[in-house]
Each structure stands twice: as C-alpha cells, then as structure tokens.
Design a protein around this ligand. Sequence first.
Ligand SMILES: *[C@@H]1O[C@H](CO)[C@@H](O)[C@H](O)[C@H]1NC(C)=O
Ligand SMILES: *[C@@H]1O[C@H](CO)[C@@H](O)[C@H](O)[C@H]1NC(C)=O
Length: 260
Amino acid sequence: MTRRQASVTRHGSGSFTLSGVLNSKSKSSPLLSIFIVLLGAILLVIYAFGGSGLLGGKKDVVNRIEGDFSCTFEVPNAIPVLKNAYGGSMKNVLHVGPESCSVVSKLLSEGETEAWGVEPYEIEDVDRKCKALVQKGIVRVADIKFPLPYREKSFSHVVVSDALDYLSPKYLNKTLPDLARVSADGIIIFTGYPGQRRAKVAELSKFGRPAKMRTSSWWKQFFTDTSIEENESASKNFEQAASKMSYKPTCQIFHLSSYH
Ligand SMILES: *[C@@H]1O[C@H](CO)[C@@H](O)[C@H](O)[C@H]1NC(C)=O
Ligand SMILES: *[C@@H]1O[C@H](CO)[C@@H](O)[C@H](O)[C@H]1NC(C)=O
C-alpha cells in the first residue's frame, strides 16, 4: 500500500529573489490546500460567532476589521496612483506598518518594483505566502522605536501606514528621521484623520498605547521641527494622478523628501 505524502519544499533562508517568491505560490500540494481552506472556514465561523456574541452584530464585526488599520488597507489601492505620480523612480520600496505582507505582495505583483516590509508588531495567524516572505527576510518584524536594520538610502522610497499613529512624539522624533535615513528619494506617510478611529481595548496591550490621530497642521509643524521637508511637487503630482484615476483617499497622505 502506498501512502501519499504532502511534500513541503523549503527555500534556503538566504535567497532573496523575486522569482523565489513567485515560485512558492505554485508549490502547494492539493492536500495542504484543502486543509488550509477547511481551517480557514472553521476559523471564520468561530470568528463570526465569537464576534457577534461580543459585539452584538455582524455589522460591528465588519466595521471592527475595517477600522483596525484603515490606512494600511488603503495603501494597495494607492500604489498605482503613487507609481503614476512618481514615475519610474519607485524602484525599491520599503513598506513600514501592519499587514506589511499584503502591501509587499501587492507591490511585487505590480512588477518593476522591488519591495520589502517592516512589520512593527508580532505577526500572528499569517498565511503561507506571508510566512515565505518572512523566511526570505523580505518582510521583517522590527520595533520601529529603534533604528531600522537597513543601511542609509537602502530604498528609493519608504511608505509608512498607521504605524506612526502609535508612537509618542518622543519616539516619532527618532523614527521619522530614521525613515528618512534609509530612503533616498522620498517618504510617503499614510495616517488617519483625528476622530477617524477609536482605540480598542485589545489594541492597547498589543501596541502599548492607543493610536493618536493628529491633524494636518500638527504634522506640518512636526515636519518643520524635525527639519523634514514636504515634497510639494510630489504632492501635486499625486493629487493630479488621483483625480485622473478617480482615487479618493480616506486618509491623510504626506509626501516628504529624504535627507540629502
Ligand atoms: C521632538 O523634537 C523637537 C525638535 O527637535 C523638539 O522641539 C521636541 O521637544 C521633541 N519632542 C520630544 C517629546 O522629545
Ligand atoms: C520630489 O518628488 C519628485 C517626484 O514627484 C522627485 O522627482 C523629486 O526629486 C523630489 N524632490 C525631492 C527634493 O526629494
């Protein structure tokens, strides 16, 4: 009697190649796929019932998911607009923020762009694709309160979403200049509007501090204080591309220059 075995292919942890990421997609065995789909369905059911019990309605569950990291969910939609606005200069992009795997996957799927990610918090319940990105070192978990593990100007652009909203001014003073340090041609910040989200109790323990949404004038003052300049022409290009492509951001988006 023969037994079928699910074989799992492991890539060498040192390989950084884009083709490696793309190949890993096609290597799932049918058995494993079925198991994952089943597991996903079970988890969904548990989540939906657990959620409705706690929050009193499915609608609240949906709102809660969308409300978690609203600006990060916006980044994939904004990527084509960013590419349009920045032209060919978006060569290698670092995304910093929660759900970094999905942003990096989206960037990679666009082609012509290399992408890396920093996930500021522990990664939980990730899918296989995300695990592969982490194993290859393309997405890393790193506390952004400390200097990022990259050399100066390692990336053409840094895109940061939501993550800064959890930092107090003391840490922001260090983190934003560090984002400028690792980028060569610009930083793009996606951040919520004040009053857009309320901190949830569950988030408090995970992030140590509730998200604080700052006004546009607060940010502008902060950029001035930390000697980081807004890139007016990039902002203008982005607005033009956005209206051309009928993209309406629901978050504040700032375009900053890197240090020179
Ligand atoms: C952050 O840096 C600015 C400018 O250097 C300074 O005025 C401000 O006091 C700093 N804030 C904190 C909390 O360290
Ligand atoms: C501002 O952004 C544009 C792309 O829109 C870029 O060509 C230019 O070099 C940037 N300027 C600075 C000072 O970073």
